[in-house]
Design a protein around this ligand. Structure first.
Ligand code: 6R9
Length: 656
């Protein structure tokens, strides 16, 4: 890849308010720069000190970083600890009666658990797992709805040293089966049903189907949490056991299994654009440290906060900022079972008001859909408890950012646009909210200690304004350790030969502006070459979303005789066109709009309108499907993981 031309020009800058800055953990740019310098100069010392301070060790480590077999780095590796101990036991002296979780069910019912109760329930369930002969190093698949029990299941695994692999509750039987097999799981923890948007999701039935597909040879037990008062369609007396039966009469304490810092905490599968899903393997101590640091730094965590990360525990965001980070710092957090649009598009705002949420963390896709359904809705709620907003998952378009900033945060709350990945374990680039001024659409500057850079195909750094490969130059504690069962693929994918195996390749393209701010342009393959100019699809999408008629847009390329590639835009309008004529007129206007906003080069050759875009269950737009549609190819890819498969037909036909 040569350099990419950056065409988006965003000049708005927002400083943190004095009030926010005064109380912040990292207060002001000087403090931020100092931390970065410290890390730079004494890398091991910097991380070592944090690890000593923020983790409670059974046995203190003597080595910080072992770089002897790159890229298989080890952190704190002769230290001994337990992650669940760090999330629960160590809080009991001070915080036993503090609320750990405020759970709001799909139907609005609220359940609260204190740290003491959560500790007891995790211990009981851990003892239950032990009674099923689950041991240190065994793999346990968790296929659960958002619930207190999902967190308990994960924490209980951590407590006994079992490796969990959470599979998102929206995944199909086939996806579940593949993951059970690849992980070699001996136990699956699921629920009879989940509830989302008033509808039941038959998790146990899908689990039965997955096992029925065959190949899950190591699987011995299925533990079933009874979420609804329905039973299960099938029951296998030998294999299946109810959660409440398993925990009945179990002791309320359970000595943690003390593990080594490098012992795996979990595997989480992530799908790449090619090949089978990769089992991203994380460590115990390094991972924990990454989540704790970013709770204090990026989220500026304070003991009185009510923290709410809307991500499902099926994604890395739910691991780091629901199950581990908030509990490790002793926070009170909200966990939500349902969907943002049920019973109506005010649900998030209602919940922020009810639970007095201070820190709210969600995805751009949710923000855009809520703008579409009610741009003024947040004004009907009291959102004055909020002090910090965050986004994750995709680049956020400047227009959506501004709405989040003004309408939700009332220009008072810093927005942290957090760039990171399943593989990175915790935030990598995001503004430290009491220090770094924000710019809509930029994830701004690295987290202290994280050595991010942008390079060309030879690995050489690139000048500001030009796009290239986003890389991380030094190992960091919460990084992926390997791909489960496939160390070669780990090396090839993340530490490619082209860069002498020295740089971690994130797979994203990005550029930096004159202030050193990072702008993510999308995945490496989301780059177009129009008449010799390499354009990031993100920038064209942002221009489209800036048009008042547009709710959401995704841009891909299709081969073009003259230009090399032509721009094809898939657009969701706020209000659907009523006739073909109207659609064509809007398409014409949008083409001109893009020409005007960015330049004629970026003008879409083709615009297709749909009610929605094809998205993964985590809300990421599936551009590879859109590329096939744009080229007029038959869709042959597996679409079972799509949130809304029906949309493909519509987008196939809607050419303007
Ligand atoms: C945490 C998470 C990782 C990919 C990543 C990038 C995209 C995530 C982003 C972002 C721009 C942000 N991504 N956060 N792009 N700005 N703030 O989402 O992990 O599911 O592994 O996805 O998501 O493309 O490479 P994961």
């Amino acid at each position: 890849m040569s350099t990419i031309d950056s065409i988006l020009r965003e000049t708005r800058v927002f400083e943190p308010t004095d009030e926010f800055k005064r109380k912040a953990t990292i207060s002001g740019m000087e403090a931020y720069n100092q931390l970065c310098d410290q890390a730079n100069e004494h890398y091991a010392g910097f991380w070592g000190e944090l690890a000593r301070e923020r983790i409670t060790w059974k046995k203190m480590f003597t080595r910080v970083l072992d770089e002897s077999t790159p890229p298989f780095f080890k952190w704190f590796d002769d230290g001994v600890l337990n992650v669940s101990y760090n999330c629960l036991d160590r809080h009991l002296a001070q915080l036993a009666n503090k609320i750990a979780i405020i759970f709001e069910a799909d139907d609005g019912q609220v359940t609260r658990v204190t740290y003491a109760e959560l500790y007891r329930r995790v211990c009981q369930f851990a003892n239950g797992l032990k009674s099923l002969d689950v041991k240190k190093g065994d793999r346990v698949v968790v296929y659960m709805p958002m619930s207190i029990e999902a967190v308990i299941a994960m924490q209980a695994c951590a407590r006994i040293g079992a490796i969990h692999s959470v599979v998102f509750g929206g995944f199909s039987a086939k996806s579940l089966q593949e993951r059970i097999i690849d992980a070699g799981a001996s136990v699956v923890i699921t629920a009879n049903e989940g509830m989302r948007g008033g509808k039941a999701v038959p998790l146990k039935a899908v689990t039965d189907e997955a096992i029925g597909l065959g190949g899950c040879d190591g699987l011995r037990k299925v533990v079933v949490y009874q979420r609804t008062n329905h039973g299960c369609a099938q029951w296998n007396d030998e294999r299946d056991i109810w959660w409440h039966k398993l925990t009945e009469g179990q002791p309320e304490t359970c000595e943690p299994e003390w593990v080594n810092a490098e012992d795996p905490l979990f595997i989480l599968y992530t799908s790449g654009s090619t090949g089978k899903p990769k089992g991203i393997q994380h460590s115990s101590a390094g991972y924990l440290l990454g989540t704790i640091n970013t709770m204090y730094w990026s989220f500026d965590y304070k003991p009185n906060d009510i923290f709410w990360c809307t991500a499902d525990v099926g994604w890395i965001t739910g691991h780091s900022y629901v199950t581990y980070g908030p509990l490790a710092v002793g926070a009170t957090q909200v966990i939500f079972e349902g969907v943002p649009t049920y019973p109506d598009a005010g649900r998030f705002w209602q919940m922020i008001e009810t639970h007095k949420v201070t820190t709210f963390y969600t995805a751009p896709t949710a923000i855009r859909s809520l703008i579409k359904l009610g741009a003024d809705l947040p004004n009907q709620y009291d959102l004055s408890s909020l002090r910090l907003l965050g986004t994750v998952g995709e680049p956020i378009n400047p227009e959506a950012w501004m709405w989040y900033y003004e309408v939700v945060g009332k220009r008072r709350c810093p927005i942290i646009d957090t760039w990171w990945q399943t593989e990175t374990g915790s935030h990598m680039i995001t503004p430290m909210p009491g220090a770094v001024p924000t710019k809509p659409g930029s994830c701004t500057l690295p987290v202290p200690g994280i050595a991010v850079d942008i390079v060309d195909e030879s690995g050489a750094p690139i000048e500001p304004g030009k796009g290239g490969f986003l890389v991380i130059k030094r190992p960091w504690p919460s990084m992926v350790r390997t791909i489960w069962g496939d160390p070669e693929r780990f090396k090839k994918t993340y530490f490619p030969e082209e860069f002498n195996g020295q740089l971690y390749l994130a797979g994203d393209s990005a550029h930096r502006d004159e202030n050193g701010y990072f702008w993510i342009m999308g995945r490496i393959d989301d780059v177009l070459n129009v008449s010799g100019h390499r354009l990031g699809t993100m920038e064209i999408e942002s221009a489209l979303v800036a048009n008042p008629l547009v709710a959401e847009a995704a841009v891909v390329g299709k081969p073009h005789e003259v230009k090399g590639e032509a721009v094809v835009a898939f657009v969701v309008l706020k209000k659907s066109p009523e006739s073909r004529d109207e659609a064509q007129q809007i398409a014409k206007n949008l083409r001109e709009w893009v020409s005007h906003e960015i330049g004629a080069l970026a003008r879409p050759e083709e615009i297709r309108f749909g009610d929605n875009l094809p998205k993964t269950r985590s809300g990421k737009i599936m551009r590879r499907l859109l590329r096939s549609l744009a080229k007029g190819e038959q869709i042959t890819q597996d679409v079972s993981t799509l949130e809304n498969p029906g949309i493909l037909q519509q987008l196939q036909e809607a050419v303007n």
